[in-house]
Design a protein around this ligand. Sequence first.
Ligand code: NAI
Length: 259
Amino acid sequence: MTVPRFADKVALVTGAGSGIGRATAIAFAKEGASVVLIDLARDGLDETRSLVEQANGSALALSADVTDEDAVQAAFAQAVAWKGAIHCAFNNAGITHATVDTADIPKSEFERVLKVNVLGVWLCMREELRHMIPRASGVIVNTGSVMSTHSCVTQGGYVASKAAVFGMTKNAAVEYGATGVRINAVAPGGIRTAMMSGIFENLTEEQRDQSVQQIADIHPMKRTGRPEEIADGVLFLCSDQATFITGAMLAVDGGWSAL
Ligand code: NAI
């Protein structure tokens, strides 16, 4: 019998209550990991925990806001106490803002997006580094985006935040390259999740279908992606098939970033 890739490992996932985070938590569980689920949304967390358990996995669900330093530190203390270690961490919680051009973004919206997508990733990464460096092993994956490197009209604040995620990822990878801890990012293209639906909230069903088709058509593969396809990329980066990969951003985007 083959041993599952993540047997005896603990994987922590933020934004685990929905979309890409949920799919990745389930994928880790299916490959043998115990998973720590972190999200703001209690309902989403409970649903993910039950899906992980249906996949014969074991999960610790922790409700926390990744922008709250005390809450993040408390959640990580609980996570480490659960099984004694965190081997893989996926810093994925993220939000977008309303579709408006740069000159029209309210300051509060710009700050809100930067706070979750940049400060939130950094606060979690800091806890993970403090845990992993003394153990001389561990893998961190941050969620970037095709928009870490490409522009997107009406998403100026989000683009700024995802560029920062790529910057933080590379910087930490260089700083800690010799420690045994690897730090990478995954860069999804357009993925059908609650986040994408949220952007089209005020549209009619017909307009929504047209908008989704327009997004699909941007991709050279002429379709949007599935959360499970991002999970596959994350698990690869966390696995022993990626032991010489650090500071990289893996595009999982149907070819969008090649444009
Ligand atoms: P989603 O909206 O389905 O899931 C995001 C999750 O993050 C939600 O469960 C939400 O409750 C949680 N969250 C938000 N703020 C939080 C906070 N302050 N503390 C804790 N949890 C919080 O969205 P999706 O699509 O799964 O997005 C996941 C990541 O993927 C995000 O970083 C997003 O920017 C990124 N991404 C998504 C793409 C897409 O097309 N869906 C494309 C590229 C990147």
